[in-house]
Design a protein around this ligand. Structure first.
Ligand code: ZN
Length: 171
């Protein structure tokens, strides 16, 4: 019983620490502005095999540098079928930041990044092949925000996927 309490206490402290680290949010695509993404592209439906579009597509010339949008810790970088070359970063507030369709990857797993560290460049890898080069950027929270669930297509997933456009517009 005492041990369980101690573990729960540690977990709580850890969660709180995650909220104390500043995000320092910034536009991840170098030189891009609100003209380079569609303001209503988040949760766009229908969106192929993903059903809904759970991020934002920021268009730029191939090879444009991508910087981390927040401070964070690189969990993974590599290649997957749909996402192509991608980087996954754990940022403050227990949020995952996903960067996909990269041309080149410049971030290594376990690397600490700040919100201006270059992590790769804009490309067309994965299922963006043949489409204009863009960064697919998504933010997911590990702590579910159940009050965000609505009755849209896959609306229950909104407890995890946050709208990156809201953050881009504030940055
Ligand atoms: Zn996308």
């Amino acid at each position: 019983m005492k041990k369980t309490k101690r573990i729960l206490g540690c977990l709580l402290v850890l969660i709180v620490i995650g909220f104390l680290i500043p995000e320092n949010f910034q536009m991840p695509v170098s030189g891009a502005s609100s003209a380079d993404y569609h303001p209503k592209s988040f949760w766009f439906y229908p969106w192929g095999k993903s059903v809904t579009h759970k991020g934002v597509d920021i268009f730029a010339n191939s090879g444009t540098p991508i910087n981390s949008a927040t401070n964070g810790f690189v969990l993974y970088s590599g290649h997957i079928n749909y996402g192509g070359n991608f980087v996954l970063i754990l940022g403050p507030k227990w949020r995952l930041h996903y960067y996909a369709h990269l041309k080149t990857i410049a971030a290594k797993p376990l690397q600490l990044v700040s919100s201006n560290t270059m992590i790769g460049s804009v490309g067309q890898s994965g299922n963006a092949k043949g489409k204009p080069p863009h960064l697919h950027y998504a933010i997911a929270t590990l702590l579910p925000y159940i009050w965000r669930i609505d009755d849209s297509q896959q609306g229950w997933k909104k407890m995890f996927y946050l709208n990156p456009i809201e953050y881009l517009q504030q940055s």
